[in-house]
Design a protein around this ligand. Structure first.
Ligand code: NAD
Length: 465
């Protein structure tokens, strides 16, 4: 293990040295990192102008090169993210990066629409918005930048990132890799950038900069509210508290496996991860038994639960951020419980008003709440989702029950009979997004989201039927 750490640290150091060295050869500022927001924005404006003058074929080549650069550097980026943020699991960061590199939509997503009729032909193009300011979270520093970078550039934009201040090394390393990749693929310098030291102040400068045409915030509700007050076109991807509802018709063994896999993914730091289980009491014992049989769980007694909750919830009723994204072994050790390395998550039986049912815990400690029947389950799961319109999961074989829950909960993502991460394309159909815009309604964002629609009408001609 020690050797692995040393090896990864050596790789990180070498890649950063290579990037810094190469960047110096190109020009002092040509690594995508800038001294000021203004400098980053000016570089982005010029780069975006050059990008739209290039062919779509060249743009496709740039996107292909970006995808490849993630896969080539995945081990290093994943290790760096874990080392810097101390959140999540290495093997899950690897999966996150592969998912974003391969299943983020590219140029194919900005196909125009054509209408023909008695009056001729109208073309609706998805045009770039210009320069986008993107604020990215600590929880997925690589996934968000990969997804945002690929989709925003595919749509013909430039982007200035303001990464979370606690994920600066990871985010700026990725931005340097992307910058180098773009220029080597014949793209313009400055297309994707950030300031060297992102802070809340630089975020404010990006938000207010007159040459930033669109804002994209991926984070908690407060930052979404900040960009929505900016007076600019803003896309907000906020917090969730995804419930998973299990009814008496479900395949309980499969549900148990899915819940354990989904809720333990990256130590529960994905905004989409199952955050509380709501189960019809008739099948609750079976669900608990099958969750234990996965071999990846630890069932907390009421006394152990009390101690864990005292640790991870502050006296003010907030999540103790020191335990967000930690391995379950680390959390349980603090209260004197030793468990094996194979364990991925601890769970416990919770009353409806338990704080971990209502808080977005983002750690592998999962409450299980029993309800009388599916109707009560739907009502309660809707309440705990708290109007985030984010993600909900259901395990059931009753189509009417699933339809009733999906209608009632109104989430952006609704997963049936699988782990929540299937809803972001990991083992589920469809593209991925790490900016899931519930509050502003764009849903699973993609290149098309970062465009403006322009119409061009030709009167009385070009209808060929
Ligand atoms: P956060 O809101 O603390 O930070 C997100 C980004 O916003 C960071 O870059 C931060 O520096 C910036 N920021 C925060 N407050 C700001 C302010 N007042 N003004 C300007 N910038 C500000 O979120 P986090 O802790 O980094 O990430 C975890 C949260 O993000 C969770 O709630 C999670 O559910 C959510 N999230 C949502 C999605 C989604 O797609 N909906 C994706 C990932 C994470």
């Amino acid at each position: 293990m020690e050797n692995d750490q040393d090896r990864i640290a050596a790789v990180v150091k070498r890649v950063i040295q290579e990037l810094t060295g190469d960047a110096r050869m190109v020009s002092e500022k040509a690594d995508g990192l800038h001294d000021s927001v203004n400098e980053a924005v000016e570089a982005a404006v010029e780069a975006q102008r050059q990008l739209v003058a290039m062919s779509l074929a060249r743009r496709r080549e740039i996107i292909a090169a970006l995808r490849k650069s993630v896969l080539d550097n995945n081990e290093m980026l994943s290790a760096l993210a874990i080392r810097e943020t101390q959140l999540g699991r290495y093997e899950d960061k690897i999966r996150e990066n592969i998912l974003c590199a391969t299943k983020t939509l590219g140029v194919e997503d900005i196909e125009p629409r054509v209408l023909t009729g008695d009056h001729g032909l109208t073309l609706v193009e998805t045009a770039p918005v210009g320069v986008i300011g993107a604020l990215t979270p600590i929880t997925n520093p690589t996934g968000t930048i990969i997804h945002n970078g690929i989709s925003m550039i595919a749509a013909g934009n430039a982007v200035v990132f303001n990464p979370h201040p606690t994920a600066v090394e990871t985010s700026t390393t990725l931005i340097r890799i992307f910058h180098k990749t773009i220029t080597e693929a014949g793209g313009p310098s400055g297309l994707l950038g950030a300031v060297k030291k992102p802070t809340l102040e630089t975020a404010k400068q990006i938000i207010e900069h007159p040459k930033i045409n669109m804002l994209v915030a991926t984070g908690g509700r407060p930052v979404v509210n900040v960009v929505l007050r900016s007076g600019k076109k803003a896309i907000g991807a906020g917090a969730g508290n995804p419930p998973v509802l299990v009814d008496e018709t479900a395949n309980i063994r499969k549900a148990a496996q899915s819940i354990v896999d989904g809720a333990s993914m990256n130590n529960n730091i994905f905004c989409t991860c199952e955050k509380e289980v709501v189960v019809v009491e008739e099948v609750a014992d079976a669900l608990i038994k099958f969750m234990l049989e996965t071999g990846k769980t630890y069932f907390l007694t009421p006394k152990e639960t009390e101690e864990v909750v005292k640790l991870v919830v502050t006296p003010e009723g907030k999540i103790n951020t020191a335990y967000i994204g930690k391995n379950v072994q680390v959390i349980l050790r603090e209260v004197g419980i030793e468990i094996g390395d194979e364990c991925r998550i601890a769970f416990f039986e919770a009353p409806k008003d338990h704080p971990l049912v209502w808080l977005e815990q983002m750690m592998p400690i999962l409450p299980v709440v029993k309800v009388k029947d599916v109707q009560e389950g739907i009502r309660f799961a809707v309440e705990v989702e708290q109007g985030n319109r984010h993600t909900a999961v259901m395990h059931s074989t009753n189509v009417e029950n699933m339809t009733a829950f999906a209608r009632a909960v109104q989430t952006t993502i609704f997963v049936k009979n699988g782990p929540a991460y299937a809803g972001i394309g990991l083992g589920g159909e469809g593209h991925t997004a790490f900016t899931i815009a519930g509050p502003t309604g764009e849903g699973m964002t993609s290149a098309r989201t970062f465009t403006r629609h322009r119409r061009c009408t030709l009167v009385e001609s070009f209808r060929i039927i």
